[in-house]
Design a protein around this ligand. Sequence first.
Ligand code: APR
Ligand code: ZN
Length: 320
Amino acid sequence: MQFRNIAVLTGAGISAESGVPVFRSEDGLWENHRVEDVATYMGFEANKTLVHDFYNNMRESLKTKEPNPAHRALADLEQYVTANGGNFTLITQNIDDLHERGGSKNIIHMHGELNSLLCERCGKRIEFHERSTTQSVCPHCNSKAMRPDIVWFGEMPYQMDTIESVLLNCDLFISIGTSGVVYPAAGFVSICHRMRKPTIEFNLEPSAVRSQFDKAFYGKAGTTLPAFVGYLKEHDALPDTLNWSHHCMVRQGPPWACPKFVPCPSHGHGPNHGMPCHAMQRLAISYSQAVRSQASEQSPITRPWIQPCRLITCWWAHQQ
Ligand code: APR
Ligand code: ZN
């Protein structure tokens, strides 16, 4: 395995396709509030009830959201890397729990978690799934000093020591769905880039720190990431930027088009009518088997890269 130690940084963009709003919207507001009011300690001191309710509502709404194929692709990559004796660390700026529910294991929530409260008196963090108020009591010290366990602007992110050692020891750094304007997370790529580790960005558009990335894939992470992970597992190498985007992802390809595209003998050229590489062929077979056996929830059919696509259908038609 070429990349034994993989570090991943995710931001709001990876949860966008699950319906979680990103931060830097055009109006500069976060869920209709000024960031200073709901994401700084001063804002909390000025109106604790408003800030509690802001995160209460988010926590409530998170229960209706589901992980998307990008979350699941990262869980799949982690499983693959660790099964082969490597290390995989997912550093997320997100406060949602979609990585956990998507199957990821080794997660650092550097900006805190929605499903957690922090006691201002004793500093303990408690898992929490209900609505908090100024009257919520700390189970450890009994004081009414609970606040949302979110790292606000001006506060120190969690686990910076661990993050530093993960970055120093990784041999591949991948950033997904983050605009690259909030530090220290925005600076992680520079640390890796200076040490000549390969760095890759997945985003809708070039981030503010694009120049530090060796490769970039632009498009929806729910589409690009499963395809990328499939390629990495199959070839033990990073896909080439140009072919990759040309054949399958950004401009024209269907979601699961294969970068090793071969024109279809019956339908001619075009990314929608090619024969997939061996990995895709195997997946197509599992897919059709799953369909035949009236697959249950846990079956491969629910896994992101085995969804039907025109390319697979076309290849499959030749096999019947
Ligand atoms: N796939 C990939 N990228 C996407 C998608 C998608 N489907 N949708 C949006 N994006 C990209 C956007 O292009 C943007 O560059 O995700 C990025 C989201 O940027 P931000 O909203 O700035 O979120 P993030 O970078 O995570 O913010 C960092 O700032 O407000 C603080 O603490 C908060 O953790 C947050 C931090
Ligand atoms: Zn306490």
